[in-house]
Design a binder for this molecule. Structure first.
Ligand SMILES: N[C@@H](CCC(=O)N[C@@H](CS)C(=O)NCC(=O)O)C(=O)O
Length: 128
């Protein structure tokens, strides 16, 4: 019975995952346009951010869409397949739950921001 469920969920994941990725590609929002100088400044700021994610997690997709809309080049770290990123997320943030935005700030230190709605609010407030 356990094997049945294991195979069943593997099949579901094998179908749903690619569909999520296809939907993301087909419904990608238009990227915000900035001057070269403004984009360079934003790129510098986003170089201190990293998003821990699973490729086919719908909440992560929601955040990736917003990142695209705001033209944010934030490093994506796969916490599902990469054991190093998974361990870093667990150790730093306290849970292997995605999406999670790692925010490094020289003055206030490192913050691990969970919850897609909170991450989107943070990105919009800071970059839109
Ligand atoms: N309310 C959360 C839901 C996030 C969520 O459920 N993520 C799943 C992946 S799709 C996860 O990390 N599951 C692992 C766990 O909860 O341990 C959000 O909007 O970010």
């Amino acid at each position: 019975m356990r094997l049945f469920f294991k195979v069943f969920f593997m099949l579901v994941r094998g179908v749903v995952g690619p569909l999520i990725l296809l939907w993301e590609a087909l419904s990608a929002p238009k990227k915000m346009q900035r001057s070269q100088e403004a984009q360079r400044k934003v790129d510098l700021e986003t170089s201190t951010l990293a998003m821990y994610q699973f490729q086919t997690c719908p909440f992560c997709m929601k955040v990736r869409r917003e990142m695209r809309a705001l033209a944010l080049n934030i490093e994506l770290r796969d916490a599902q397949r990469d054991p190093t990123h998974r361990a870093a997320l667990l150790q730093g943030g306290g849970a292997v739950k995605v999406p999670c935005l790692k925010i490094v700030d020289e003055k206030s230190g490192t913050q691990w921001l969970y919850e897609s709605a909170d991450i989107i609010r943070y990105l919009k407030t800071r970059f839109s």
